[in-house]
Design a binder for this molecule. Structure first.
Ligand code: GLN
Length: 542
């Protein structure tokens, strides 16, 4: 039988509910339970696919092609359970499906209302997970008190009543702000937030209190008293230097045992946390450092490259080095010599991206890396830019570009109107919808024997996650290969280029997919291990 854990947030946003849920998932796994993590997002977008990374952080793509928010990245990185499209829903999706049914007449003339129709739809989403794991952890996006969260809170209240309190536990994540003038942490916002939650009929079983310093026993007692809880259920969640310490600190504060106790389950106090301790230790005491330039567009919001940053850290963990990231706005190379910004870096990475802005700068970054023999990792758009750079500078194809650029004369990268996914044919057109219409999710690729990537993967058959609209046009492969750029990975039918590399370069690899989405701290992605190792070698040469 599945037990449900609902995680809400109070006081302010960005308290790390996603990380908390992911860490609790990891702790329950260590205790031998299976977990599934899901998220209810109160915004009206159908999915985050069309939301700006500036506002919402990266879009995390699942194997089955769902565009979800970055919390799913945390879930996968901490638990290694592959997220599914059915693990995420939004207000937009819930309404879309209720309205579709209304149009079909499925409600037999009833007046369609938030309660019960919207709340029932939300409960169906949750109930559908029953039986899929020992514990389902369900995060409610947003902050308690937001108007748009209300139907979700009402739905989880009803749901817990239906499955019985022994099968549903509520965790509320709050903030204890430190007021310097008073010299103390303040508990009042937490008290108010819990009061608000109780006004919806939800009494939290556990409070996870974020604070930037030690929470003393008096403060815990006070919160416990006002919120109707045992003091042990008021769990300090202090800031830590690396997110991978979170499972260790939450366990030390008793989170997992209090959760099990809330379900009336027996549990041992000590568990083997060595996986997380080793990771934390490698991060704390690296044997060296490398610096990697990320030449991109969304460089002023670290969350827009969340998985990428983490995958680079993972590559560092496995090589026992600290990876210093230098974010560079690609546009700057259009007016300043790349040398000014790139001299001295040990590796250059051009990440995924969309649109026209900054493309010339990215192409120059690829050129600089190729000519100066600095390790280059091109991901998705970064691979396309490397191909365009080769077309222009090694094959003399004037005006080479992508159909994504305005007024591109020679699109080396263009729209693919048809391709095969599994047993079915997918089609796209230039004027189709932007949302949910890219090549999305896991696709297999076949690597050439003897290529660098085949050696790195230790295999010639791989599967990686995609999120892009355009493809390198295979008509140019012969010419580009003559110029020196090898196509070392292709879709099984040979129609879609997946990987390019130079043989006479220490490390220059472009991939059409997003390997960063599959990297875990305890299982770093081979391409990131190899890229960081090449960056270390590059550092030794200078
Ligand atoms: N904009 C490019 C495309 O749609 C690359 C997308 C990406 O980098 N994720 O093909």
């Amino acid at each position: 039988m599945t037990r449900f854990i609902f995680i809400t947030g109070g006081v302010v946003s960005s308290l790390g509910k996603g990380l908390g849920s992911a860490s609790l998932g990891a702790l329950l796994q260590i205790r031998g339970y299976s977990v599934r993590l899901c998220k209810l997002d109160p915004y009206l977008n159908v999915d985050p696919g069309t939301m700006s990374p500036f506002q919402h952080g990266e879009v995390f793509v699942t194997d089955d092609g769902a565009e979800t928010d970055l919390d799913f990245g945390h879930y996968e990185r901490f638990t290694a359970v592959p997220a599914k499209a059915t693990d995420n829903t939004t207000t937009g999706r819930i309404y879309t499906s209720v309205l579709a049914r209304e149009r079909k007449g499925e409600y037999l003339g009833a007046t369609i209302q938030v309660i019960p129709h919207i709340t029932n739809e939300i409960k169906d989403f949750i109930r559908e997970k029953d039986g899929s794991a020992d514990f389902v952890l369900c995060e409610i996006g947003g902050t308690v008190g937001d108007i748009e969260s209300l139907p979700f809170l009402e739905a989880i209240r009803q749901f817990s009543n239906e499955v019985g309190h022994n099968n549903a536990v509520f965790i509320h994540v709050t903030l204890l702000p430190y007021i310097p003038a008073a010299g103390e942490l303040k508990t009042k916002p937490t008290q108010h937030s819990v009061k608000e939650l109780m006004s919806y009929g939800i009494r939290p079983d556990i409070l996870l209190c974020r604070a930037d310093r030690e929470i003393d026993n008096d403060e815990r007692r006070k919160i416990a008293l006002f919120c109707n809880l045992d003091q042990e259920k008021v769990i300090p969640a202090l800031d830590v230097s690396s997110i991978y310490e979170v499972p260790i600190t939450y366990h030390a504060q008793g989170l997992d045992s209090q959760v099990l106790e809330s379900f009336g389950m027996e549990c041992a106090r000590d568990i083997d946390l060595s996986v997380w301790e080793d990771i934390a230790q490698n991060i704390k005491a690296p044997e060296g450092e490398v610096s990697i330039a990320i030449v991109g567009k969304y460089t002023n919001l670290a969350d827009s490259y969340k998985s990428l940053n983490e995958a680079l850290i993972h590559g560092g963990i496995s090589n026992k080095v600290k990876v210093n990231l230098k974010f560079i706005e690609a546009e700057i190379f259009e007016s300043e010599d790349p040398e000014i910004h790139l001299a001295g870096v040990n590796g250059i990475l051009v990440p995924g991206g969309f649109g026209d802005r900054g493309v010339e700068g990215k192409i120059l970054a690829a050129k600089y890396a190729r000519e100066k023999k600095i390790p280059y990792f091109g991901i998705c758009y970064g691979m396309q830019m490397a191909v365009i750079e080769a077309a222009r500078n090694l094959c003399d194809i004037a005006g080479a570009g992508s159909s994504e650029f305005t007024n591109c004369k020679t699109p080396i990268v263009g729209i693919m109107s048809e391709w095969i996914k599994g047993d079915s044919k997918e089609t796209r057109s230039n004027d189709g919808d932007l949302g949910g219409t890219m090549r999305l999710g896991a696709y297999p690729a076949v690597l050439s024997k003897g290529s660098k990537v085949a050696e790195i993967y230790g295999s010639t058959n791989i599967s990686e996650r995609h999120r892009h609209r355009y493809e390198v046009n295979t008509n140019y492969i012969e010419q580009l290969e003559r110029g020196g750029l090898k196509f070392s990975g292709m879709s099984p039918d040979g129609k879609l280029p997946e990987i390019v590399e130079y043989e006479d370069h220490p490390w220059f690899i472009g991939v059409q997919f997003h390997p960063e989405l599959k990297s875990k701290p305890f299982d770093p992605h081979p391409l990131f291990i190899s890229f960081i190792s090449a960056a270390i070698d590059q550092g030794r040469l200078v």
